[in-house]
Design a binder for this molecule. Structure first.
Ligand SMILES: Cc1ncc(COP(=O)(O)O)c(C=O)c1O
Length: 286
């Protein structure tokens, strides 16, 4: 099939892409099948499977004074730098946890506990990871829970719908970047800039679980305090999701959010995403 007939890549490139993934054509349980999953994020790169297997076999832990442990420390450091590149994070801290959902709970738990204010704002476009976390934590910590409403025609939450919920007592705004249900993207950069006109030191958490796999992110340009992405949504392993924390968010989360298991090789994913972006003409987004 040709491009004008619906084919984006030539056969060689398409075969190279398909060949990069494990279990595309068939799986050990169903046999041959056509794979239509997308947002769920279950496909894994073969290079990730290889690296995870190699590193899991290492008979040592981080932080010890011997060659295997030192190599482990070096891998953690280079993985952290890869994540910085992936999220455009020149400042702040990168941390890892088992999932975006658990990371949202941990980070928001600290922020809502420590930052003064009486209300928490989210949107009804948000995934349960953020929607439920804000509701549960607001209830537990006796804050008002405010939900900005989706514009059904546009499929996004418009900046004005969020701004009308923000005031000088808002502890945190937690919102989704790209929707797992609609595939639409909120104008997070504008929302953050406008919200900080209402409360200059407002904390903002952005759920990037569905954005980071599809467009390059620049947390510095967005101006958020927290940005979350799940490794398994970017063809990597399940059980290792990343968080960018601005320095002040890291300080609020003191002692709560520092875990660095070493089994993610973001370089493999970044390399693959880079190849795809080249195919699309090198798009760069904020
Ligand atoms: C937009 C969005 N946020 C958060 C999550 C939750 O991620 P995790 O499974 O890592 O907790 C998902 C998972 O589908 C998602 O699509």
């Amino acid at each position: 099939m040709r491009r004008d007939e619906g084919q984006f890549f030539d056969d060689d490139l398409m075969n190279a892409i398909r060949g990069s993934f494990a279990c595309v054509e068939s799986d050990p349980y169903c046999g041959k099948r056509i794979y239509l999953e997308n947002a769920g994020g279950a496909l894994k790169l073969k290079s990730v499977v290889e690296v995870v297997s190699e590193l899991t076999a290492l008979p040592d832990n981080a932080g010890r004074d011997n060659p295997a442990s030192q190599e482990t420390d070096a891998i953690i450091a280079s993985g952290t730098e890869d994540v910085r590149t992936f999220l455009g994070a020149r400042s702040g801290t990168i941390a890892l946890g088992e999932s975006t959902t658990s990371n949202v709970f941990k980070v928001l738990g600290s922020i809502i506990h420590y930052v003064p204010g009486d209300n928490v704002v989210t949107t009804n476009l948000d995934h349960p990871a953020t929607f439920d976390a804000t509701r549960i934590l607001a209830e537990r910590l006796r804050k008002q829970w405010r939900v900005a409403q989706l514009c059904r025609e546009a499929g996004i939450v418009k900046p004005e719908a969020i701004l009308e919920q923000i005031d000088t007592n808002t502890v945190v705004l937690a919102l989704i970047h790209s929707s797992n249900i609609l595939g639409t993207s909120n104008d997070v950069k504008t929302i953050i800039a406008e919200a900080r006109k209402l409360k200059p030191d407002l904390y903002v958490l952005v759920d990037g679980a569905q954005r980071a796999p599809h467009q390059l992110v620049n947390v510095e340009e967005l101006g958020c305090d927290v940005y979350l992405a799940s490794s398994y949504k970017t063809f990597s392993k399940i059980g290792a999701s990343v968080v960018y924390l601005s320095q002040r968010a890291a300080d609020q989360s003191d002692g709560v959010v520092i875990w660095l298991p070493f089994t993610v090789r973001w370089a493999a994913v970044i390399q693959f995403s880079g190849a795809c972006l080249d195919c699309y003409g090198g798009a760069r987004a904020s």
